[in-house]
Design a protein around this ligand. Structure first.
Ligand code: SAM
Length: 254
């Protein structure tokens, strides 16, 4: 079973739960932080376009990639609905391509934590650094450790017209404190008039990063002028009460 697959039902749930236009405060924050950027912007793990589309609508030249074709299909549909275009690539964090160096890379929604090892994370950061122009910037959000470690089992439901109902049963499987990794089993079910039409199982893992660990990893791959902000307030030292931790780091030389 593939890890963090975001297959058909997981993508539908993401699209229903966090549609384009939904912000966790991040859309406004990224728009503000990217003010003045005129060159190309890349969104790794672009998903359904929840962030990419508002950035495009603000006039930024954004492209994206994602490892899930189903997520990209939603993104393409949402672009077409708005008569927008963007280059979308089916690729992962460590094997994507860029046709020109970019001015900014944005990784919202804790997507980076879907990389389930320190080594994979470092590889991705190296690739981000290599993809940026000199003077370019990486903006990356991490969920706080507590949000990952304290995840509770539970059932969530969404109505999914015209089909009926989708349920998601999340069961924690293990916590690996040495690898800084949680694993859950996600069981998605699609129901119509009480009849089960489809089931999908996905193993879901998240790796948590320490704030200083991420700072050192960014430095190790060559980033400088690293700032860390809590709760989408630029420059505010993160605290335990912050729902998100945002890193910003510059590439000053190749
Ligand atoms: C939480 S969603 C975020 C989507 C979008 N960036 C947003 O802010 O709404 C995470 C996305 O990461 C993608 N993903 C998971 N593992 C990936 C990998 N190794 N490389 C690229 N994308 C990946 C998933 O397919 C999914 O679309």
């Amino acid at each position: 079973m593939m890890n963090n697959r975001y297959g058909k039902l997981a993508s539908l749930v993401y699209h229903l739960d966090k549609p384009v236009g939904r912000s966790f405060g991040d859309v406004e924050y990224y728009l503000e932080r990217l003010r003045g950027v005129s060159g190309p912007v890349l969104e790794p793990a672009v998903g359904t376009g929840r962030m990419l589309i508002p950035l495009l609508q603000a006039g930024l030249d954004v492209s994206g990639f994602d490892i899930s074709q189903e997520m990209l299909d939603y993104c393409q549909r949402e672009l077409e609905l708005r008569s927008l275009t963007a280059r979308l690539e089916l690729a992962g964090f460590t094997d994507y391509r860029v046709d020109r160096p970019v001015e900014a890379i944005v990784v919202p929604a804790g997507s980076f934590q879907l990389l389930d090892s320190f080594e994979q994370g470092l590889l991705a950061l190296r690739r981000f650094h290599a993809s940026l122009k000199v003077g370019g910037r990486l903006l990356l959000d991490l969920d706080p450790v507590a949000a990952i470690v304290n995840v509770q089992p539970g059932l969530r439901t969404w109505s999914a017209p015209p089909h009926g109902l989708i349920t998601l049963n999340a069961t924690p499987l293990e916590k690996d404190y040495c690898a800084q990794l949680t694993r859950e089993m996600h069981r998605y079910e699609l129901w119509e008039h009480g009849v089960l039409l489809e089931t999908q199982l996905e193993q879901f893992s998240l790796r948590w990063w320490g704030v200083q660990e991420m700072r050192m990893a960014l430095e190790q791959v060559g980033f400088t002028e690293i700032s860390v902000s809590g709760g989408y307030q630029y420059g505010k030292t993160p605290q335990d009460t912050d729902g998100i931790i945002s890193f910003e780091a510059y590439k000053r030389q190749d």
